[in-house]
Design a protein around this ligand. Sequence first.
Ligand code: ADP
Ligand code: MG
Length: 374
Amino acid sequence: MIQFLSQQNPEIFHNTTVLVRLDLNVPLIDGRVAVSDAGRIHASIPTLEYLRNAGARTVIVSHIGRESHETLRPVADFLNTIIPVDFVSAYDTNMQPGDIVMLENLRQHPGEETNDSSFVAKLVTGIDYYVNDAFAVCHRTHASVVGVPQVLGHTKCFAGFQLEREIHFLDQGLHPQHPAVLIMGGAKFETKLPVITSMLPQVGHVIMGGALLNNFLVRMGYEIGKSLVDEHANIDGLISNEKIIIPQRVISQGEQRGIERDITEVLLNERIVDIAPSSFDIADIADVLHNAKTIIWNGPMGNYENGYTAGTEKLIRMIAGTDAMKIIGGGDSVALIEQLHLSEKFDFLSTGGGAMLEYLAQNGSLPGIAVLQK
Ligand code: ADP
Ligand code: MG
């Protein structure tokens, strides 16, 4: 059993020190948090509010960026506009009940990623309870994700409000209402193939998009020119599966800006860069989406960084218009939904990309969640 923070008596936290692992890894633009990128910060507020009101001394830990020298200070500044928080190099015994502090980027310490026992020992010093509200790192065996709860013991560990939401909704993806559809885009087959394989028995259809589609087209004997393919992907087990839906119209780019083509018409010197929006109007896809009771989607339909967002935008509008339970993940897809101001049309936007994929592929067992259950 996982102990959910939402189900505890807040009094147990009064006058205790609680280490909270958050995922505050947001992009910084000119060293600042852009309001439009602050989704993960806002998702952390319910847990922080709860602990503050309970009279806990809350110590926030998180990582940010890819380089170990990056700082969380701008995130603390942003958070401080919502809830009072002090950015500190170490917390001390002067903290009062209800106080919140944030420590520097965990990944400045090499022991975080190696789950080093002496770094874990440092993290748990003076700590009474641990709360994990960082779903996006629950697939990582890091000190702040796995090491700390292992040392404290599961009776002192809790899943925060956002982690509870992730588990609740992704479990509805694992055990969907039928008919259910899985939509997979993006480029990295190694992270998507295990999801497709493990979810196939649960869903009626899998719609392929993004560069993943190119692997299918090659195997089906179509010319794909210079399109991106994942050389290492082995799709033998999927290629003749009748649940897999292949969009029939794509955007193909040669010397000029991409143009719409049938999948049979792509030229040798071109590359497929997006799913043509019209693909989603063709009956087999439109009906499948329209009739679905559950839609699970991860990964963009096209090479959006180069402006090929039309396929993904069309898909977003199509999904938004259905009555299905809508479970979406992947930073890029969620960002596009937010840009289109359609977030409220979706039941659930996961804060985890890789973690969501592993959750679906591993039937819900991630190291950071399993350790809370023991
Ligand atoms: P996610 O991050 O959503 O999990 P991936 O990391 O697997 O997905 O892939 C995202 C990348 O896939 C983006 O950089 C996007 O530009 C790229 N992509 C999608 N479709 C294509 C395509 N047809 N050609 C080239 N790149 C593509
Ligand atoms: Mg990615």
